[in-house]
Design a protein around this ligand. Structure first.
Ligand code: XUL
Length: 522
């Protein structure tokens, strides 16, 4: 029994959470928002500005700076990090970090120099392409052609070649900056990069996050030679061997012992992707529960006993950190779209909730929206596309209740239509992420899915999942026992579908189904 620290490096913030398995309590939650806390990185939303909307890169040093800021905040609160028995973490998926020296060769970190200044010279590429990047269609086509078609890539890796996935991004780097690619000794993911910094040694990529690279052979958990060869030369030599998620990948580096008070030898368990970590944090590691995560991206995911793939090609299969597999469908226009609509119609977040709950009706009296403010992956749209159909005021973004409802109804209907391949329609859905606090959004999800909606008392399930994974790996407790203690439903947020709402969505669902088919790029 003991204390376990989880970290979550998401698109817009870095968070920490500590659980105490003896007392069954969450002891600490802390977070650093990149835009607010580290404006010098010029990344108000966690990525660098670029005139090309398809190109989205982040500065990996921002994550390192945020790590130091977060640990300092925790220590300043009087929390003793020396009491932590083990830690693990999660990060936004797919983002690749390129190093000219293996971290094991660069460490030990010096105590007298800020960590960012020690990591900066190790980067062979100054920025990391992140999951919002959609600039690699050419590379996806080349990889697919080399493998002999979409089916071959899906069968091997669990997904088609996807623009934001790491393999196509690595291929683009090799094609556009061959000398820098040549100088790269190690390519890693944001998750394993953060673990490596914390250990002062190269921490391997786990099967959960590795499956989002278009490089991992899903069934064996090894890199696929065919995919590596189709991606870039000598790629195998630049990647660490992937490991199961419960692997101990190292121990905390002396830098963090001296500076933040960790106990020497504190073990680190492999870091994973934020979605696989959320599966754990939502207590959904066994097949049967669907999860919707409402974050910068919206995702729908569920554990799967056997990998099943999306016939339309948008869904993915990743490793389930608890063993087996999980499926995932990702929508780029999540919070970004909701926040953009709220901004355009001048609604605060509480007013946005009221607008849905008491100032508009299911079906939105015929007002509907295609809410693609940034390029979208599900359905695949390489350029933003916002279309409004309905009253003149609605079309002019001058009907705040209808505009607020329309963006969320579009998101919910799209999620439902694109997750039909997972299996039987769920009768209950667990919802997490920042926007899961908004009861208006939860009500629309209940109405559209015709399901009971539950949320949990911890709204960041990815960071909770990280702490739970550390605890499970060290203590060997059954997942069900850990979930029963820490994955606590919020009794105030159990929402049922409103009577009659289903009838309002029949026609709108059919309209969306044909719209989505018409706008999707093959
Ligand atoms: C999943 C995906 C996003 C990121 C966001 O495939 O791209 O959910 O993981 O952090």
């Amino acid at each position: 029994m003991g204390l376990y620290l989880g970290l979550d490096c998401s698109t817009q913030s870095l968070s920490a959470l500590v659980i105490d398995t003896q007392r069954g309590q969450v002891l600490l939650e802390e977070s650093v928002n990149y835009g607010q806390a580290l404006p010098e990185y010029q990344s108000p939303y966690g990525f660098l500005a670029h005139p090309d909307p398809k190109l989205k890169h982040a500065d990996p040093l921002l994550w390192v700076a945020a790590l130091e800021r977060l640990l300092s905040k925790i220590v300043a609160r009087g929390f003793d990090l020396g009491a932590v028995n083990a830690l693990s973490g999660a990060a936004q998926q797919h983002a690749t970090v390129y190093l000219n020296t293996r971290i094991s060769e660069a460490a030990p970190w010096s105590l007298s120099v800020p960590l960012v200044d020690q990591v900066r010279p190790l980067l062979s590429r100054a920025s990391a392409p992140i999951w919002l990047d959609s600039s690699t269609s050419g590379e996806c086509a080349e990889i697919t052609a080399a493998l002999g078609g979409n089916d071959a890539v899906v069968t091997l890796s669990g997904s088609r070649a996807i623009e934001r996935f790491s393999g196509p991004q690595i291929r683009k780097f090799w094609k556009t900056e061959p000398a820098a690619y040549q100088a790269t000794r190690e390519i890693t993911l944001a998750s394993a990069f953060l673990a490596s910094v914390l250990c002062g040694a190269s921490a391997p990529i786990d099967h959960g996050d590795g499956a989002g690279m278009n490089l991992l052979e899903l069934r064996s958990g090894a890199w696929s030679t065919a995919l590596l060869e189709a991606t870039a030369p000598e790629l195998a030599s630049k990647l660490c061997t992937p490991v199961p998620s419960a692997t101990r990948v190292g121990e905390i580096a002396p830098y963090f012992v001296h500076k933040y008070g960790f106990t020497p030898g504190t073990p680190l368990l492999a870091f994973t992707g934020d979605n696989p970590s959320s599966l754990v944090g939502m207590g959904a590691t066994e097949p049967g529960s669907a999860v919707i995560s409402l974050g910068t991206s919206d995702t729908v995911f569920a554990a799967m006993a056997e990998p099943r793939t999306d016939p339309r090609g948008f869904g993915h299969v990743f490793g389930n950190p608890a063993g087996g597999f999980m499926c995932l469908i990702c929508f780029a226009n999540g919070s970004l779209a909701r926040e953009e609509v709220a901004r355009r119609v001048g609604l605060s977040w509480p007013a946005f909730e009221r607008a849905i709950l008491s100032e508009s009706l299911p079906g939105n009296e015929g007002n509907s929206m295609l809410p693609y403010f940034v390029p979208e992956m599900t359905p695949k749209l390489l350029t933003p596309r916002v279309e409004l159909e309905g009253s003149a005021a609605f079309r002019a973004f001058a009907d705040p209740p209808a505009n607020a409802r329309a963006v969320v109804e579009a998101q919910a209907l799209t999620m439902q239509l694109h997750s039909d391949w997972i299996g039987a329609a769920p009768s209950s859905v667990r919802v997490t992420g920042g926007a899961s606090k908004n009861r208006g959004i939860l009500q629309i999800l209940a109405d559209v899915f015709d399901a009971r909606i539950h949320t949990l008392s911890v709204s960041n399930s990815s960071v909770l999942g990280a702490a739970l994974r550390a605890a499970q790996a060290v203590e060997g407790l059954p997942w069900a026992e850990l979930s029963a203690r820490f994955v606590v439903p919020d009794p105030k947020a159990r929402i049922l579908s409103a009577p009659g709402a289903q009838a309002a969505y029949g026609a709108l669902r059919a309209k969306f189904a044909s719209k989505l088919q018409a706008i999707t790029i093959g």
